[in-house]
Write a protein that binds this ligand. Structure first.
Ligand code: FAD
Length: 440
């Protein structure tokens, strides 16, 4: 006799959200998570469920004019645990939703572990379940045994790209005679970021040092693996041109250095990383520089001369499947219909997107267990647009991980001013979601 209705493998962002949705719908879940059983991925550091491996940001929370903000709103409407705990552990970050990473993952772990319908089992799973309903949510760092089993079942090698981690600094090691608090254009509370200014000479020297710095060598099999554009190492970005960083993560616009009353030539920004405000991550500074090199180089940034690092940057290979070819419109693995895939392994990108796809996988599975068919959310919604990208719209051959964005939505027809277009997308999405939810 089985003790569960469905087996979820992987207790990250997607697996935790899927488990929550199924458990709330009344189904018994076995949630297998290998961390806590003596296993670890190359990026996680704790045994908590839904651990955030790099930035602590869920990005924009603006549901009126931003696609990921809209996705937040849709997930909240559907009872997302990840958003509930994200909101509960929010830290100041302008118009973004950033969270205290420890409080957030502890909150998710506590909710999942206390749920009467969920049994969390600390174990590594090495093969795809051959029978019984299952969701695979093992993420970009799926353990090698299971990755091999997935490769064998999909008949194709899983695809890969690189993701990188940004360093985290102890606030009390920052020199506030140089650095100052301010968010760009004084958005949010107006002082949500710490800014370190660079003049032209300092910037040019820093740029050159990034190019010259000693990097982690790639192994042979990694050499042709592309980067995900949204998580490109700082030194790779620097290699694209001397001004690329000044128009990217080191952009100075809207930031007034109190010592000069002007925008600096370039800026390094740090965003709060925990609720107590003791840890701050260097925004956009994911890197594959060697650790000693990072310490040496980042301490040349004005204000960070005595920086103490709680964590240094790193680089990891990510794995995902060719979802448009392998999954049906409800995330079901066509070759083995007892299995669904969820989260970043399906080829979405980002914490929020992974949790969103976990939410949908949970809802589709719950409907099926109840003997119902749940139609996918309409493509005009953020959830539907993302799902459609994963399961249908993209070309399987050239499929690449993607954050949610308005380019995935059906275009707005008729004439409209460019400035109004985002609001037209979000207004249309709200109506479409309400229609879909009325049939749930
Ligand atoms: C280095 C790195 C940096 C990143 N930086 C960011 C960022 O800054 N912002 C952002 O939005 N996204 C970032 N990402 C992407 C991020 O990982 C995903 O957005 C998100 O964590 C994916 O959620 P998930 O649930 O699919 O996978 P995960 O959150 O990784 O969860 C998968 C879980 O499965 C477990 N697991 C793996 N294999 C097995 C097995 N065989 N048996 C049992 N359990 C298993 C793992 O331990 C893990 O807990 C980064 C990814 C990496 C690798």
């Amino acid at each position: 006799m089985t003790t569960h209705d469905i087996h979820i493998i992987g207790g990250g962002l997607a697996g935790s959200e899927a488990a929550w949705q199924l458990a709330e719908a009344g189904f018994r879940v076995r949630l297998s998570e290998m961390r806590g059983s003596g296993e670890m991925t190359p990026a996680h550091q704790t045994d908590r469920l839904a651990e955030l491996v790099c930035s602590n940001s869920f990005r924009s929370d603006d549901a009126e004019s931003n696609a990921v903000g809209l996705l937040h709103a849709e997930m909240r409407a559907l009872g997302s645990l990840i958003l509930r705990e994200g909101d509960a552990h929010k830290v100041p970050a302008g118009s973004a939703l950033a969270v205290d990473r420890e409080g957030f993952s502890s909150g998710v772990s506590a909710a999942i572990e206390a749920h009467p319908n969920i049994a969390v089992v600390r174990e590594r799973v090495d093969t795809l379940p051959s029978e019984g309903a299952a969701i695979i949510a093992t993420g970009p760092l799926t353990a090698p045994g299971l990755a091999e089993s997935i490769g064998a079942a999909t008949g194709a090698e899983a695809l890969a790209f690189f993701d990188a981690i940004a360093p985290i600094v102890h606030r009390d090691s920052i020199d506030f005679d140089i650095a100052w608090f301010q968010s760009r254009w004084n958005k949010g509370d107006g002082h949500d970021y710490i800014n370190c200014p660079l003049d032209k000479d300092q910037y040019l020297t820093f740029h050159q040092a990034l190019l010259d710095g000693e990097k982690t060598e790639f192994r042979e099999w990694e050499k042709n693996t592309p980067y995900f554009e949204g998580c490109m190492p700082i030194e790779v970005m620097a290699g694209r041109g001397v001004d690329t960083l000044r128009y990217g993560p080191m952009k100075p616009v809207g930031l007034d250095d109190p010592h000069t009353g002007r925008w600096p030539y370039a800026v390094v920004q740090l965003r709060q990383d925990n609720a107590s405000g003791t840890l701050w991550n260097i925004v956009g500074f994911q890197t594959k520089l060697k650790h000693a090199e990072q310490v040496r180089l980042f301490r040349t940034i004005p204000g960070l001369e005595k920086a103490e690092f709680a964590r240094l940057g790193g680089l990891h290979r990510n794995t995902f499947i060719r979802s448009p070819e392998l999954l049906d419109g409800t995330l079901k693995f066509k070759a083995r219909p007892n299995i669904r895939f969820a989260g970043q392994i399906t080829g979405c990108e980002g914490y929020v997107e992974s949790a969103a796809i976990g939410l949908l996988a949970g809802r589709f599975a719950a409907a099926e267990l109840a003997g119902r068919v749940l139609t996918p959310p309409p493509p005009e919604t953020a959830l539907g647009a993302l799902l459609h990208h994963i399961t249908g719209a993209a070309e399987a051959e050239t499929y690449q991980p993607m954050n949610v964005n308005f380019g995935l939505f059906p275009p707005i027809t008729g004439r409209s001013k460019k400035a109004d277009r985002k609001k037209l997308y979000t207004g249309r999405a709200r109506e479409a979601l309400a229609g879909w939810m009325s049939g749930l």
